[in-house]
Write a protein that binds this ligand. Structure first.
Ligand SMILES: CC(C)(COP(=O)(O)OP(=O)(O)OC[C@H]1O[C@@H](n2cnc3c(N)ncnc32)[C@H](O)[C@@H]1OP(=O)(O)O)[C@@H](O)C(=O)NCCC(=O)NCCS
Length: 229
């Protein structure tokens, strides 16, 4: 399977990015006990809902690669989870009733999912600078404007850029990043059939060009972004 929408819940979506790298989104419907059959709970997460999100993220790792050694996950000072053996690289995100994960045998990865909401317009200035703003003021937005969908499109694109930056933050893993200064869109956002391509330059120690891939799930009001190198 390369890229597929799963209609039966709870596996909402799976995309095998390449031979070594798999991504999935889970719709969390199960009780905590379901996840605990597979996942050793090592972290003290007091809120039951957050605990279920946390467990679902870990569960997905072993869903994607059944031999993923969940018991070997360690947490860095930056709060990045990792395997000391580096047998797999992985990244996790959760949002509402969804959990997402990317696991790779060979590439460093970052993933993020976010709920689309009008609130994003109020916080956009915190993660987007003026130079970046014009990259999503493109033909696609103008095309949809004729049906009065521009507002919604802005919210979707803003959320997608936020998601992309969170994915880059996780891909980097070491924290201490300024979302406006260290990661910047360097070209137009390009919607194609399945994916939206977001060209970024990440510049902490030296400039690195990153192709972030994004997707908008309209019905679920959800954005997905992932990056790998
Ligand atoms: C860490 C952070 C990226 C998590 O994002 P979030 O949207 O709150 O939560 P998500 O559900 O998407 O991700 C949580 C997962 O990220 C992973 N994670 C946490 N810290 C991480 C880090 N430093 N590196 C990589 N992954 C990390 C964990 O797997 C965590 O889930 P788990 O604890 O269940 O294992 C976010 O809280 C953060 O600190 N962002 C930076 C904020 C910032 O600098 N903003 C400035 C611009 S406005």
């Amino acid at each position: 399977m390369n890229c597929e929408y799963i209609t039966e819940m709870p596996l909402f979506y799976q995309h095998n990015i390449n031979e070594d790298t798999r991504l999935a989104i889970w719709h969390i419907e199960e009780p905590e006990s379901f996840f605990l059959e597979t996942v050793p709970l090592k972290k003290d997460v007091s809120h039951p809902f957050k605990r279920r999100q946390h467990l679902a993220g870990r569960y997905l790792l072993s869903y994607l690669f059944p031999d993923f050694p969940l018991e070997e996950i360690r947490i860095a000072d930056t709060r990045q989870p990792f395997l000391a053996s580096q047998r797999y690289h992985f990244s996790i995100s959760h949002c509402g009733n969804y959990a997402a994960a990317v696991v790779s045998l060979s590439s460093r990865v970052g993933v993020d999912i976010e709920q689309i909401s009008p609130r994003i317009e109020r916080v956009g200035h915190k993660f987007l600078d003026d130079e970046e703003a014009h990259f999503f003021n493109d033909d696609y937005a103008r095309f949809l404007e004729q049906w009065g969908m521009r507002g919604r499109v802005f919210q979707e694109f803003l959320t997608l850029i936020w998601s992309a930056k969170e994915a880059i933050f996780k891909w980097y893993g070491k924290g201490e990043l300024d979302f406006r200064r260290h990661m910047k869109l360097e070209g137009n956002i390009i919607p194609d059939e399945d994916w939206i391509r977001l060209p970024f330059v990440f510049d902490k120690e030296r400039p690195i060009h990153l192709g972030v891939a994004g997707r908008i799930f309209e019905e679920q009001s959800l954005t997905l972004a992932w990056v790998l190198t």
